[in-house]
Design a protein around this ligand. Structure first.
Ligand SMILES: *[C@@H]1O[C@H](CO)[C@@H](O)[C@H](O)[C@H]1NC(C)=O
Ligand SMILES: *[C@@H]1O[C@H](CO)[C@@H](O)[C@H](O)[C@H]1NC(C)=O
Ligand SMILES: *[C@@H]1O[C@H](CO)[C@@H](O)[C@H](O)[C@H]1NC(C)=O
Ligand SMILES: *[C@@H]1O[C@H](CO)[C@@H](O)[C@H](O)[C@H]1NC(C)=O
Ligand SMILES: *[C@@H]1O[C@H](CO)[C@@H](O)[C@H](O)[C@H]1NC(C)=O
Ligand SMILES: *[C@@H]1O[C@H](CO)[C@@H](O)[C@H](O)[C@H]1NC(C)=O
Ligand SMILES: *[C@@H]1O[C@H](CO)[C@@H](O)[C@H](O)[C@H]1NC(C)=O
Ligand SMILES: *[C@@H]1O[C@H](CO)[C@@H](O)[C@H](O)[C@H]1NC(C)=O
Length: 365
């Protein structure tokens, strides 16, 4: 009798469970499923697009067929239990590769509160101005995802934002300034916009420069002598040259303004074709104590018109100092000492006569 009762009880329990699960029938919005699907279809999947070791293509498991097109069940998608609207999309580290613009179906997800697309490759797209349409957004994370260009003014329409992470993208922050953009985002408690990635042309110029030398010599005696370039990487998205040893970038513009490869065991010749001279924003260039194989100081040095400090001492430069040194009118410090240089025509006096800002002309011989 008791057993019977228990059995009945458990049956009714079962019944209730079944009943309640059928009453919370998948609740989703067809238009949002199809917007998400179109968004997914606008990218290719590339393993090189994400850096995180735990990355995997979340969208690969999404299905749009028969009745299984309930996007609320898709990996990375979060729906509101009451309304069924998509309120969260987390496709961070998902191998997404491709461009995105304001026409993207993403911007039809008007109820989104969280949008996390960090660590993908959006192919130097601009952040689309339509981002401003996602007026419910609380959290936006586009960390390390190769967005470039100006941050759109429309970001300032996202007044619900509490967290904004745009770090490690080659973004510009000039007109309007970032301060202006976020001045009305009064709820933000987490804001991250750390150093922009360095400019692609500059990182490739620097990489070519590195490739033009071999590493030679003995580092064992002096801990400050080691091949700084050996730790540089150019792969996936870790080609942020602003993080490379010896490289300094301007925090606002991302341009390379400093290069110190002193005591780096560089061995090789250098001439005016060197990609070094594409780094037009360089203010400090220190290549002390390397072996430039009795090259002449290339006349293209005159292209580096922003240089404030130039130190080529102890580096086996040879021959005549180029006249173009005299074009470096911003120089405050110049050291060419301990190189077998010649100083005849023009004379040193002539060369430096217009370099009126130099306060540290340490030595030229
Ligand atoms: C990436 O951007 C380049 C330049 O705009 C374009 O030619 C290329 O088709 C884009 N690739 C993808 C996958 O969108
Ligand atoms: C968006 O789509 C429209 C119509 O298809 C097209 O004319 C426009 O150029 C597109 N805009 C962008 C930014 O691709
Ligand atoms: C964004 O909002 C504007 C103004 O409300 C509207 O005209 C536009 O169609 C919206 N764009 C998208 C992609 O929904
Ligand atoms: C911030 O709010 C003020 C006052 O409403 C407005 O004048 C200004 O244009 C807003 N700034 C931005 C960047 O939206
Ligand atoms: C920005 O987002 C990335 C990826 O989610 C995270 O690792 C990083 O800590 C965030 N930065 C800040 C300052 O929150
Ligand atoms: C060094 O200079 C010599 C003579 O010009 C040249 O033969 C040799 O290839 C150079 N070595 C390197 C690594 O550039
Ligand atoms: C620089 O490159 C050009 C074209 O590749 C070549 O003709 C020239 O000889 C090179 N100059 C030097 C100094 O190597
Ligand atoms: C220095 O400036 C004067 C006047 O502009 C100019 O004539 C002269 O050629 C310059 N000297 C050098 C070495 O550039």
């Amino acid at each position: 009798m008791l057993m019977h009762l228990l059995f009945l009880l458990s049956c009714s329990h079962l019944f209730i469970l079944t009943n309640s699960s059928s009453s919370t029938q998948p609740l989703y919005h067809e238009d949002e499923s199809s917007a998400l699907w179109q968004f997914k279809e606008s990218f290719s999947i590339s393993e090189h697009a994400s850096d995180d070791p735990s990355a995997y293509p979340k969208v690969a498991s999404w299905k749009l067929q028969g009745e299984s097109n309930d996007c609320c069940l898709w990996d990375g998608v979060e729906c509101d239990e009451g309304t069924g609207h998509v309120i969260g999309l987390d496709l961070s580290s998902s191998f997404l590769y491709g461009s995105i613009n304001s026409n993207s179906s993403l911007f039809r997800l008007a109820h989104l509160q969280r949008l996390h697309l960090a660590d993908n490759n959006f192919n130097y797209s601009q952040i689309p101005p339509a981002i401003g349409n996602l007026s419910e957004l609380r959290s936006l994370n586009l960390f390390l995802s190769l967005f470039s260009g100006q941050i759109p003014l429309e970001i300032s329409m996202l007044t619900q934002l509490t967290s904004l992470n745009l770090s490690l993208n080659p973004l510009k922050l000039h007109k309007p300034s970032f301060g202006t953009l976020v001045q009305n985002l009064t709820r933000i408690s987490e804001l991250s916009l750390s150093n922009p990635l360095c400019h692609e042309d500059e990182s490739s110029a620097l990489w070519q420069f590195k490739q033009s030398f071999s590493i030679s010599g003995d580092a064992s005696n002096d801990p400050s002598t080691y091949p700084k370039v050996a730790s540089w990487k150019l792969q996936g998205q870790s080609n942020d040259c602003c993080l490379w040893d010896g490289v300094e970038c301007d925090e606002g513009t991302g341009h390379i303004i400093g290069l110190d490869l002193s005591s780096s065991l560089l061995y090789g010749s250098i001439n005016s074709n060197s990609s070094l001279f594409h780094l037009a924003h360089l203010q400090r260039l220190h290549l002390v104590d390397n072996d430039f194989n009795y090259s002449q100081i290339p006349s293209a040095i005159g292209n580096l018109a922003e240089l404030r400090s130039l130190d080529l001492s102890f580096s086996l430069f040879n021959g005549q100092i180029p006249l173009e040194i005299s074009m470096l009118t911003q120089l405050t410090s110049l050291d060419l000492s301990f190189n077998p240089l010649k100083l005849h025509e023009p004379s040193l006096g002539t060369l430096v006569q217009n370099l009126t800002r130099i306060s540290e002309l340490l030595s030229l011989m």
